[in-house]
Design a binder for this molecule. Structure first.
Ligand SMILES: [Fe+2]
Length: 401
């Protein structure tokens, strides 16, 4: 199998790293930037510090602070037009996954001059996005090193992924100062998303020794730092967690994401379930399902998840991996099941059918007719094991509490 590994983003990390933002912007030849954020982040002291550092470097600043839970196509299209109109030549994002996905979308449509929905799918645009600097304020999505943006098409109720080598961020700044103000229940959500990225990269059918090395190291660092980074004031653990989530995305950016993300997509698009709940609740099931066909990968993943493997059979280790994830969830206050409101039982079959196009179909998913699928239809996914609609349905049923 031919594989490739590509990661062009410059990563500056450590306590105090945010102070380099002006220098990085100048290195990227930015003269006038759009700073993308949300109302909570834009009220933080580090946000003001970042704006001051940009101004101090002689860079003019325009702002868009209205990001919400999802990156919305309408925001992206409006701001992309504004960027062109105002001669803005760089995008700086301070925020979590939806802020970074919004900024990345703006950088894409600004140069490609077509609506965001038409840029979704794999490599569906021709021009390099505007230069981007990403400052993640959650240890989670890893969007700061990802070519992909995940956006919500509010008109069609679809969550869509778009991107390619032309939409990698140019620089990422990982500074634990950005995590300090995050309440515990908020911090847990992106952290779980990041864990799914590392694990799903490892369980991918297109994983390579390169992606496995990064994915396992990410899972190991996360398992070791996640509890302390969320439950205490440990800046070192927060920094480890930021780096781990970044590494997890480097791994999944190259090995891609599996069934957790494919099955979560219709829940996010049609039931408005926040992304981390979807992928996180599914993760223990996805681990057990895929490890069943990856015997050589069972022990390394178990060890990365801090499972005591001595004396365990392979089957017991697989169960212990799923249990280790559930134990982690219990310690950080994250659920292991969907409520009947989040995933009504009478919509389980529909969701399994709607998962068929997978994560990477982009806007082409709008043409998919769920009635054309049946029990044995395969869910499109690069995961190591093929999953049918019926198997997806069974996993959903086990997830509803
Ligand atoms: Fe994710």
């Amino acid at each position: 199998m031919i594989t490739s590994f590509y990661m062009p983003t410059r990563i500056v990390s450590g306590s105090g790293a945010l102070a380099t933002i002006g220098m990085l912007a100048r290195d990227l030849k930015m003269t006038r930037v759009l700073v993308v954020s949300d109302p909570v982040i834009s009220a933080q002291g580090f946000h003001a510090d970042a704006l001051a550092a940009l101004s101090g470097a002689g860079i003019a600043v325009a702002r868009f602070d209205e990001c919400g839970i999802d990156a919305r196509c309408s925001h992206i299209d409006d701001q992309g037009e504004r960027v062109r109109r105002e001669g803005i030549d760089g995008v700086v994002c301070l925020g979590g996954g939806s802020v970074m996905c919004t900024g990345k979308g703006i950088a894409i449509v600004a140069t490609n001059r077509k609506p965001m929905a038409d840029c979704t799918g794999v490599g569906r645009f021709d021009r390099k996005a505007l230069p981007m600097i990403m400052v993640p304020t959650t240890a989670g999505s890893g969007s700061e090193v990802s070519q992909w943006t995940i956006v919500k098409d509010e008109v069609r109720h679809l969550k869509l992924l778009g991107g390619g080598p032309l939409s990698f961020p140019d620089a990422a700044i990982l500074d634990p100062v950005t995590l300090r103000s995050l309440p515990m229940h908020v911090a847990a959500l992106p952290a779980v998303d990041a864990l799914t990225h590392g694990v799903e990269a490892y369980l991918s059918g297109i994983a390579s020794p390169l992606t496995d090395a990064v994915a396992l190291a990410a899972v190991r660092l996360q398992a070791a730092s996640l509890r302390a980074s969320i439950n205490s004031d440990d800046d070192r653990a927060r920094e480890d967690n930021l780096v781990a989530s970044c590494m997890a995305n480097i791994a999944c950016g190259n090995a891609r994401l599996g069934h957790g993300h494919a099955l979560s997509l219709p829940l996010e698009g049609h039931l408005d379930l926040p992304h981390p709940y979807g992928v996180g609740v599914l993760l223990p099931h996805v681990i057990a399902f895929n490890l069943a066909v990856l015997p050589a990968k069972v022990r390394p993943l178990a060890e990365a998840l801090e499972v005591e493997t001595a004396g365990l059979s392979r089957q017991e280790m697989i169960a212990a991996c799923a249990d280790a994830v559930r134990a982690l969830y219990a310690d950080i206050g994250f659920p292991t099941r969907f409520t009947p409101e989040q995933l009504p039982r009478d919509r389980v079959r529909e969701m399994a059918l709607r998962a068929v196009p997978g994560l990477y179909a982009g806007i082409a998913a709008k043409d998919f007719d769920p009635a054309s699928a049946h029990d044995r239809t395969i869910i499109a996914s690069p995961a190591a094991r093929r999953m049918t609609v019926r198997q997806a349905e069974e996993i959903f049923e086990r997830c509803v509490g």
